[in-house]
Design a protein around this ligand. Structure first.
Ligand SMILES: [Fe+2]
Length: 274
């Protein structure tokens, strides 16, 4: 097994291993790399669905995603990304096609526990674009102005699926739209590394706890400005058979889009809680 940094501040590229046959020692090394490098890319993997889900269970508690319509019918914990991008009238369904675009952490609305990690497996890729971008949120925290760090101490935000504008809520079954908001501190200490990071998701954001509309709106804009450190990004260019997992507690990501709507971009996805 060979592990190399993808960029100086995050990401690791792993080659020379078949995850279906990894030893306990290799799993320990991979898990430590996941914590240290935030994003783990393992090239040239060959998975069946049960094998892909077995790998997920190495990293956390596997749960079905709240969006039911993209679950695999036989394996509910498997989400199929990029399928059913067209509506019955043949038009592109933007809620499905553009899913995951814009910087976000996965599952801040998750009521069942901390959304620890997400993993993807690249099956079909477009001829151009379709990258996934990642950014290091420890770095974002450390780079905050000291005055802003002090102001953010103790501040909590509430999240619901789709946020204030209910965007993308069409993906949810009607019964799944009324889950209560979930609260997270903006400055979070990682339970395994002990490091502090910025934790913020503008897409699913509802409000800051105990803050009025004007003050909350101003802080929201300020945080959006400080959210990403351009020198702490990794832009992943997919190869088919890439397996990618990231730590949702210390990183943020975005689907870059930028590929033709008639081209397919298919990934398997699984979500793990702490
Ligand atoms: Fe995501």
């Amino acid at each position: 097994m060979n592990i190399e940094p993808a960029t100086p501040k995050l990401g690791a590229i792993v080659t020379g291993i078949d995850l279906n046959k990894a030893t306990e020692g290799e799993w320990r090394e991979l898990y430590q790399t996941f914590l240290d490098r935030l994003v783990l890319v393992v090239r040239e993997q060959d998975f069946t669905i049960p094998q892909f889900l077995a790998v997920a269970e190495r990293f956390g508690r596997l749960v079905p995603h709240r969006v039911q319509r993209t679950r695999h019918p036989e394996y509910p914990a498997l989400t199929q990304m990029g399928v059913n991008t067209k509506k019955s009238d043949g038009k592109v369904d933007q809620a499905v096609f553009a899913r995951g675009q814009g910087w976000h952490t996965d599952g801040p609305w998750e009521v069942r526990g901390v959304a620890k990690a997400t993993q993807l497996y690249g099956l079909e890729l477009p001829s151009v674009g379709g990258d996934t971008w990642f950014a290091n949120m420890y770095e974002s925290y450390e780079a905050l102005p000291e005055e802003l760090k002090r102001r953010l101490e103790g501040v909590e935000a509430e999240y619901v699926y789709g946020g204030r504008n209910k965007s993308g809520i069409d993906l949810l079954a009607p019964d799944d739209r009324d889950a209560p908001p979930v609260r997270w501190p903006i400055l979070r200490t990682h339970p395994e590394t002990g490091r502090k990071s910025l934790y913020f998701n503008p897409h699913h954001f509802l409000r800051f706890v105990g803050m009025d509309e004007a003050a909350g709106g101003a802080l929201f804009e300020e945080l959006k400005e400080h959210m990403i450190r351009p020198d702490a990004e990794y832009h992943h260019k997919w190869q088919t058979h890439d397996y990618v997992i990231w730590d949702n507690r210390s990183s943020i990501h975005a689907a870059a889009g930028g590929y033709p709507v008639h081209e397919r971009r298919i990934h398997w996805r699984a979500t793990m809680l702490e």
